[in-house]
Design a protein around this ligand. Structure first.
Ligand code: PLP
Length: 261
């Protein structure tokens, strides 16, 4: 049930072309029916052809955005997307720790589909140490899970193994996204007492810019609306599958998914 008065927050980077990052998150929050707010961590100069320049915002303005939002409109859920440096990661972790936010969804963004590194390699360790343990749920794709665990992932068994290892880092749930593997799209939700496999048909579409951002913000929105973790993941999977199904050509490169299909 939509409730446009329930606040949800994204802490992420801006995508000037509107397909990924904060813009995708806010569209998703609206489409699923929550009130979207944003803390911007970085500005990317980006279009459907690639990422051309990135400028991080200062840790002071990132911290201040979080504080003034939480002090006034406490979000029911939030997601963290692109956080590129160790300094920014530590500042966000320290600031959020004051507020003990519930329903924190972490999308461990590392490399854009176009191949641009959105997380400085030396910042990976601080993401593992400071952010991942705070997550209610983390949503790595297989290359990200490989980076986090050092486990090479070639099949569903490897996904389970890596997911278990990420769970040991402290999040309550891990959603391992298998979209990069061949065959049906298989995602696995792993928690202490939960193991659920979500299979969906593989859609072959060119326009998939912003899929990771969209899925993680859809989970945050559903959690904010009060659905439990399994139902939130199930509904969010349905949403992203349809958003990919109806993705469209805009610009000359990899276009966006359709948030309002
Ligand atoms: N740009 C920003 C600002 C993002 O946060 C993300 C998130 O993953 C991306 C680009 C990458 O989007 P994609 O890999 O779907 O192209």
């Amino acid at each position: 049930m939509k409730n446009y008065k329930i606040p949800t927050l994204t802490i992420a980077g801006s995508d000037s072309s509107g397909g990924a990052g904060v813009q995708a998150d806010l569209k998703t929050f609206s489409a699923i029916g929550t009130y979207g707010m944003s803390v911007i961590t970085a500005i990317t100069a980006q279009n459907t052809k690639g990422v051309f320049m990135v400028e991080d915002l200062s840790k002071e303005i990132i911290k201040k955005q979080i504080e003034v939002v939480f002090d006034d409109i406490r979000p029911k859920s939030l997601k963290i997307g692109m956080v590129s440096s160790e300094e920014i990661i530590k500042e966000i972790a320290k600031t959020l720790d004051k507020y003990k936010p519930e329903n924190l969804v972490i999308d461990p963004v590392m490399i854009s589909k176009s191949g641009y590194s959105l997380l400085k390699p030396e910042a990976k360790q601080s993401m593992i140490e400071y952010l991942i343990p705070m997550a209610y749920i983390i949503t790595p794709n297989t290359p990200e899970a490989e980076e986090i665990t050092g486990i090479k992932i070639d099949n569903v068994e490897d996904m389970k193994l890596a997911g278990q290892k990420i769970l040991e880092l402290g999040p309550k749930f891990v959603l391992m996204k298998g979209g990069h593997l061949d065959g049906d799209a298989v995602d696995i939700l792993i928690g202490k007492d939960i193991f659920k496999v979500y299979k969906s048909e593989r859609l072959y579409r060119k326009n998939t810019h912003g899929t990771g951002c969209t899925l993680s913000s859809a989970i945050a929105a559903h959690l904010a609306l009060g659905y439990d973790i399994c139902e939130s993941v199930k509904r969010s999977k349905e949403y992203i599958t349809n958003a990919i199904r109806y993705s469209f050509d805009i610009g000359s490169g990899v276009g966006p998914v359709h948030h309002f299909y």
